[in-house]
Design a protein around this ligand. Structure first.
Ligand code: HEM
Length: 218
């Protein structure tokens, strides 16, 4: 291999690029999940959106306590930022969509997701889960919020989940460069990417569960 190619492939192996490229197929599958398509097409009722929010509430409750518990790990410290946390926003949204309603949900997919989060005992695995949710929320999530606003005829209410205090583009760029600054070796990068794929699969299972119940959400 000529030296210039070696340099290029080393650059390509930056952690942030490996995470994005390694989850491209999983991302496309998530984008095309029937529940998402129906939700974004305005064909899911408030009960369906609440079912989704309740699952997110459980996942973020666990994710955010796991991230906080590992925040002094050097890998997790690179991404830890309480300003990203979504639990309070989800609770505010649930107060809009289901005032005084239950906040627990019986969801095997959510239980599996939380069990995996709770099992993460390496900082790189925690980072993988952090990336999968928060970088997604800062990316496509905002467009999803705008679509929901239109399809549910909302004037900003009930969509706190999609509102962040930071500007997405510079934040994501800085986040990626902090990931790349960790200097992980190829083996560790592979382990992180594998966990990103697991995180996407767990999200997909949550969507599949919601898709299976779509008849109740019309
Ligand atoms: C209809 C559903 C979805 C849409 C329309 C969507 C859209 C997008 C878009 C447009 C970007 C690129 C933003 C950019 O270039 O900066 C993005 C990035 C991302 N999305 Fe999604 N997304 C969806 C679902 C999901 C789901 C379910 C997850 C995971 C739970 C997810 C995780 C991510 C991540 C981690 C990134 C960052 C990729 C990177 O730059 O490293 N997305 N999404």
């Amino acid at each position: 291999m000529p030296p210039s190619t070696t340099v290029a492939s080393e650059i390509d192996r930056s952690l942030s690029v490996a995470m994005r490229d390694g989850s491209r197929a999983e991302h496309a599958a998530a984008e095309h999940s029937s529940f998402m398509a129906e939700l974004l097409g305005g064909r899911v009722n408030a009960q369906g959106y609440v079912a989704y929010l309740l699952r997110l509430r459980t996942v973020y409750g666990t994710l955010e306590s796991v991230v906080r518990a590992h925040r002094n790990d050097p890998l997790v410290a690179a991404v830890y930022d309480p300003a990203l946390e979504r639990l309070a926003a989800i609770d505010a949204d649930l107060e809009h969509w289901a005032p005084g309603g239950p906040r627990q949900v019986d969801s095997p997919a959510t239980r599996d997701y939380c069990a995996r989060l709770a099992d993460a005992n390496w900082g790189g695995a925690v980072v993988a889960h952090h990336y999968t949710r928060y970088l997604g929320d800062l990316s496509g999530g905002r467009a999803i919020g705008r679509i929901l606003e239109r399809s549910f005829h909302l004037a900003g209410a009930g969509l706190a989940f999609y509102e962040f205090s930071m500007r997405a583009k510079p934040y994501k760029d800085a986040y990626r460069s902090r990931l790349d600054g960790l200097g992980l070796d190829a083996d560790a990068i592979d382990r992180v990417v594998d966990e990103v794929k697991v995180a996407f699969a767990l999200n997909q299972a949550v969507f599949d569960e919601l898709t299976a119940n779509l008849a109740d959400y019309r």
